[in-house]
Design a protein around this ligand. Sequence first.
Ligand code: ATP
Length: 514
Amino acid sequence: MAKQDDLFKNVVSHAKEYGFIFPSSEVYDGLSAVYDYAQNGVELKKNIREYWWKSMVQMHENIVGLDAAILMHPTTWKASGHVDAFNDPLIDNKDSKKRYRADVLIEDYAEKLNQKAEKEIEKASTRYGEAFNREEFVSTNARVVEYLAKKKEILERMAKSLEEDNLADVKALIEELEIADPETGSRNWTEVKQFNLMFGTKLGASAENAMDLYLRPETAQGIFVNFLNVQKSGRMKVPFGIAQTGKAFRNEIVARQFIFRMREFEQMEMQFFVKPGEEMKWYDYWKNTRLNWHLSLGLGRENYRFHDHEKLAHYANAAADIEFNFPFGFKELEGIHSRTDFDLKAHEQYSGKKMQYFDPETNSNYTPYVVETSVGLDRMFLAVFSNSLKEETLEDGSTRTVLTLPSVLAPTKAAVLPLVKKDGLPEVARQIIDDLKWDFNVSYDEKDAVGRRYRRQDALGTPFCITVDHQTLEDQTVTIRHRDTMQQDRVKISTLRSIIENEVSMKNWLMRAL
Ligand code: ATP
């Protein structure tokens, strides 16, 4: 655990030191769970957004984009169920005065049981080697069976209590399991209460006439209310999707995990409208497709897992999370939800406007069902960034900090470095930059010895360093150094574009997802 904590601390400090993420309004000591993306962070974030957009919108003939406003008519949130049901169960510790999400305390307890089971499985797997049969072991080993059964029982009981709004039982469960405040160990808890996560604001000049509004807590509703506008103006045929990226706001109860849980964050969502009865087929399709998208980034298959929901939201008939192995363990990165016709029906009812699709093949109207994929852009950032930050010991015993970002996402693709600041080398370096900057984000660096400059670029995740030296003046060649292998090759300046393109092209990376 200590090692994990250290890694997480390194992630936060590296993000600040190298201009990726700053606390919001830091001169005033920051604002809790709100962050600003700095000069390198904004590039990485933009690249993640584009990688998603390319694969979801441009690579699918039947998916189009949308950019709906953050402020929406307040009835939207009545219809969507957010006014009545967008609550988290909170619990306070009377001694430490710390506030927690009751469901998260219980889920963390269940996860510990899971980890105990995994440990047993790992031990047995090492002991038996090739002959190990995981499935058989999991179903027959007494300890593993007990851990997993207990985990299931706890999660099912919690799901039922939350479903029935039986908060007393949620508290009882916390007490029975003897769950303590993770920071202080105290078990002196208050009752469990519901807390609505929406931020309210007002529209209008005078207090009497002002209209109460909410900052949207998800981007999805902007898609639902525009369903017919897009379908008609785009002549879309079911099945089709509408995709959108944008800010969402939640007054989170506990927000202590850097950009994992923010109060202002960005979502990348796609709502896929399908014929009723076909939703499970599409639900499976999108689960697979989205996992493959994540895998294409090469962060390691073992760092992802599906978590199928026991407790379904009021609108869903199936839901799964793609969880990622963050520095603090496996947590939700993306949600895939089969939302039925709940949203369109609700907006139809509240607005009095028809929200149906006319199917030209059957000559009839129906309300489409919806399968949603929803991933947090900031969580993607954290996944990619934390997985890439490494301390390496080199052959000569020295160490280097390197950010092995997938090169397609790296903020800067190449740094051009004149070996010395004279003899015409800076001018040649500038010419190379002037040529490459049309295609790639490139930077220039002439300060310090070249070795230090390499280290600086390693820490920023720049895939290539291009060094201009005296030989360049004679034969138009430069050295190109690869971030991960540190290998240096001598190449013609005229080949630089294609070398970089080959490594960073979105096409090459996304093809891996197919
Ligand atoms: P959690 O259980 O972690 O609160 P959720 O199930 O409420 O998440 P959804 O409503 O399904 O999340 O939102 C879709 C995605 O939006 C999540 O998978 C996550 O990546 C992202 N997200 C949700 N809340 C936050 C937040 N407070 N900060 C950053 N990203 C978030």
